[in-house]
Design a protein around this ligand. Structure first.
Ligand code: GLV
Ligand code: MN
Length: 198
């Protein structure tokens, strides 16, 4: 998890209002901190799932919720249409607790030994993703599914597998990807065409 705080709170000052601090973000003056700094309403509604993945994630990290600064936790809302997937990704700085609040989703991750662990998780149930491991959520039900995902970091970071490898800027050479995946460069170009912007 993140470093231990050395004060009750350190509500992040608006971006650009202070020096860059490590760890975390600079605090706004304690005297100007109000109850609403500890309140976050964006998860009352979900993100649109009207996209190629059938999925929408609403982040609740320190960038969205400055009151989390130095507190070592954060929360996302994940909405999935039937058949929708929150595609394969990992969080370099946090374990993730997936708590399903509606519908049925297959949740899975792959360990460093290459073992795939997965479970169909239903309303009211939870599944945990160890820090840094590649994982996904896939709606296997007939109706919309929803989960709250909780992290032991204020800024877990996210690396989407397909985007990181096939959508990087500037691009990773086709030859490197073709060799790595043991396929023809044509296949690499096809996958790149689906992951590169513009
Ligand atoms: C789900 O995996 C999330 O990162 O919110
Ligand atoms: Mn995740």
């Amino acid at each position: 998890g993140d470093p231990e705080p050395v004060q009750d709170f350190c509500v992040a000052a608006p971006h650009g209002s202070g020096e860059l601090a490590f760890p975390g973000l600079p605090c706004k003056p304690s005297s100007s901190v109000v109850s609403d700094d500890f309140f976050f309403a964006a998860h009352a509604r979900g993100a649109s799932t009207d996209n190629a993945m059938g999925s929408g994630v609403t982040p609740g990290n320190v960038d969205a919720f400055p009151g989390l600064n130095t507190l070592g936790v954060s929360i996302n809302r994940v909405d999935l249409a039937p058949g929708g997937v929150n595609p394969l990704h990992s969080h370099p700085r946090a374990a993730e607790l997936v708590h399903v609040v509606g519908g049925d989703m297959l949740v899975g991750f792959v360990s460093t030994e290459g073992r795939f662990f997965s479970k169909v998780v239903r309303e009211g149930e939870s599944f945990v993703i160890p820090r840094g491991l590649m994982h996904f959520q896939y709606n296997v039900g007939k109706s919309a599914a929803r989960a709250m995902t909780v992290f032991n970091s204020q800024l877990p970071g996210v690396v989407f597998a397909a985007q990181a490898l096939f959508g990087a800027e500037p691009e990773i050479p086709d030859a490197v990807l073709a060799k790595s995946f043991q396929v023809d460069a044509e296949i690499i170009k096809l996958i790149k065409s689906k992951n590169r912007k513009g």
